[in-house]
Design a binder for this molecule. Structure first.
Ligand code: HC5
Length: 627
């Protein structure tokens, strides 16, 4: 069989060598994995259905002439080479645990060369904490670490309950991949390594970053139990005192273009001491970044905090106090600002949010964790010897990052007039309602529909990741066109909105059942490439390029805590919109790039707020008129 992607397990390390992303073998069946073996395998959708849906989805983005041309291309594809590629894909599906997940890890992440910072790694701002000084910062960090270890215990012991969507159990393997994992840069393709729990070499240390210095900190006592919060505090206090000097920002190299970073990595690792430090970071459970304050500009505090989580503020602020290759980095800032950033290769938002909700709750309960463990070991400083060449690379990386940071236009807001409650009261899916609001706000600013990506989960399938929910539809466009048309009565607008909501809901249901079109079309393209065939005309057609140039890149990530989630746009002329919908409010994080003056996050936020209010008015008006 064609086994493109192999896995090598050495002494419990799940290592993905260059260009060979991994899936973990089926984990042992603890409570957490009790449903794992029952999960269905990701299907390959029927070809004709995908092609029909594809044509429908591109229709609102094309002129009649363009559409007719695309229709012809699709028709030809359905005869040749479509069926042949479909067979190849079905063969792959019958041989792999999941026909998509390893390809996806490679295409979407490991081969992608842009910096992970801003372009790939999301940021999350936690609810603001009450501490206001350095002492409070260290105390909170200690509690946070205790909370992380408390969560880790549930994955180590596999006592975490299985997640469900409705009645359906979801794949739980991502929980094994967010802690003790790291990405490593490669020349053409990165690799990703994870050290699963309960293996002989499972890590026992975290890495703490302070003033751009890194420390390996063993957080378990000699009895294998987590250190108490008081023990963690004492060690952190010493560590902070020992690192008052700001060091050269070696971590800034991790914000580079991946191939550039790969070169620097090779150079850096030539030195024995550096190599040990790099391994210690890679092998750690997670990073804890003790940050300095970001200067407050005209923005509100939460938006400044969001930038701190997404990129750290630039080379002269906290961006060197990071290791962006690390899967999970918790950021504990000054004055009660805290959150995290995560490297996206191995997991989607929900497992990370589950962890953060647990940790936030743990910290709010302020329970002093357990008894002391024997023989705690002091943290050790990870040394980096920086050759003049590396120093130049750090300087260049800093300049590049500062350009990127200046380009990011990021703001957050809480919409407080309603949350899921209003659409529910009108018997509409809250997410489909919000998605249509997001599309409409774009339409009202730019006077055209946006190719629109919403993350749809495939976790109902073993090793499932995501597919695209294409929010822009003929129904959404009709609603957008009608919305500001004074000649159209409210009742009609409500009717059009309901249709658009229904279209989105229907599309969503198909995606989560494994019948989306984007990953299928990608699979067909890869099947062609891997078998030495040409990229099909369908994929070279402008309709494909246009409809996958996602000006709106969006994701719904519900959290129990009042956390704000942010990520960058995926195209220079687009927006990134992440939202945490709650019962009576919605937290939004909105990003754009300054390089495109037409897209502006504040402007978009104003329009989205206005649109959400006017969408509700539409209903109240129509309800009143019935009274
Ligand atoms: C803090 C949680 C952020 C959610 C991240 C997310 O949804 O990432 C998307 C993953 C995917 O495969 O759809 C990618 N996206 C950010 C570009 C929407």
């Amino acid at each position: 069989m064609l086994r493109l992607l192999s896995r090598s397990t050495t002494r419990g390390i799940v290592r993905v060598s260059q260009c060979t992303p991994t899936t973990m073998t089926r984990p042992p069946p603890g409570k957490m994995f009790s449903r794992q073996a029952l999960l269905p395998r990701l299907p390959v959708p029927a070809l004709d259905q995908t092609l029909d849906k594809y044509l429908k989805s591109v229709r609102p983005l094309l002129t009649d002439e363009e559409f007719n041309n695309t229709k012809q291309i699709v028709q030809e594809f359905s005869k040749n080479p479509g069926p042949k590629l479909q067979t190849l894909l079905e063969q792959r599906a019958s041989q792999e645990e999941n026909w998509l997940s390893e390809w996806w890890m490679k295409i979407a992440y490991l081969e992608f060369r842009s910096p992970v910072t801003v372009n790939v790694s999301p940021g999350i701002v936690f609810p603001r904490q009450s501490y206001r000084d350095k002492e409070g910062q260290i105390r909170f960090a200690s509690m946070l670490i205790a909370g992380i270890l408390d969560f880790k215990l549930m994955t180590d012991n596999q006592t975490l309950p299985v997640d469900h969507m409705g009645k359906n159990p979801l794949c739980m393997t991502q929980y094994y991949k967010i802690l003790s994992a790291c990405r490593t840069p490669g020349k053409k393709c990165d690799s990703w390594t994870c050290y699963p729990p309960n293996e002989p070499n499972a890590p026992k240390h975290i890495v703490v970053a302070h003033n751009n210095q890194f420390f390996a900190f063993d957080v378990y006592g000699s009895d294998g139990q987590p250190l108490s919060e008081a023990q963690i505090y004492r060690q952190l206090k010493n560590l902070v005192q020992d690192s008052e000097q700001v060091s050269p920002p070696v971590g800034i190299l991790t914000t580079e273009n991946r191939s550039t970073w790969a070169k620097a990595y090779t150079e850096l690792a030539k030195d024995k001491e550096n190599s040990i430090s790099l391994d210690k970071i890679k092998h750690s459970i997670c990073l804890i970044c003790l940050d300095n304050k970001l200067p407050q500009d005209m923005s509100d505090e939460r938006s400044v905090a969001a930038r701190q989580m997404l990129h750290g503020g630039g080379s002269r602020l906290n961006s060197g106090n990071r290791w962006f290759d690390k899967t999970l980095q918790f950021v504990v800032g000054r004055d009660g600002i805290c959150g995290l950033t995560y490297e996206h290769t191995s997991a989607e938002g929900p497992p990370v949010v589950m962890l953060l909700d647990h940790v936030v709750k743990y910290c709010s309960e302020n329970k002093s964790s357990g008894s002391d463990s024997p023989s705690p070991v002091s943290p050790t400083k990870l040394r980096f010897n920086l050759s003049p060449n590396i120093q130049d690379m750090i300087a260049t990386a800093g300049t590049q990052l500062d350009v990127l940071v200046d380009d990011v236009d990021l703001n957050v807001f809480v919409f407080q007039d309603y949350g899921k409650n209003f659409p529910k009261s009108q018997k509409m899916s809250p997410d489909s309602f919000l998605q249509n609001a997001i599309q409409l706000a774009y339409y009202r600013i730019h006077k055209e529909p946006a190719p629109h990506y919403e993350t749809g989960t495939l976790r109902m399938f073993h090793l499932g990741r995501t597919d695209t929910i294409r929010t822009c539809s003929e129904a959404s466009l009709e609603f957008c066109k009608a919305f500001d048309d004074g000649n159209i009565p409210k009742e009609r607008k409500v009717e059009l909105l309901r249709k658009a909501v229904q279209a989105h809901k229907g599309y969503t249901n198909e995606v989560i059942q494994g019948k989306g079109i984007d990953r299928h079309l990608l699979g067909l393209k890869l099947a062609a490439i891997k078998n030495g065939m040409n990229v099909p005309d369908l994929h070279m057609d402008m309709a494909y390029t246009l409809s996958t140039h996602f000006r709106m890149s969006t994701s719904q990530v519900p959290a129990h805590s009042d956390s704000v989630l942010v990520f960058g746009p995926v195209v220079p002329d687009g927006y990134g919109v992440c939202y945490n919908p709650q019962e009576s409010q919605v937290h939004f994080g909105v990003s754009a790039f300054n390089i495109t003056p037409e897209t502006n996050s504040k402007n978009y936020i104003d329009m989205l707020r206005k649109t959400l209010l006017e969408m509700r008015d539409l209903f109240e008006g129509s309800l009143n008129s019935k009274l």
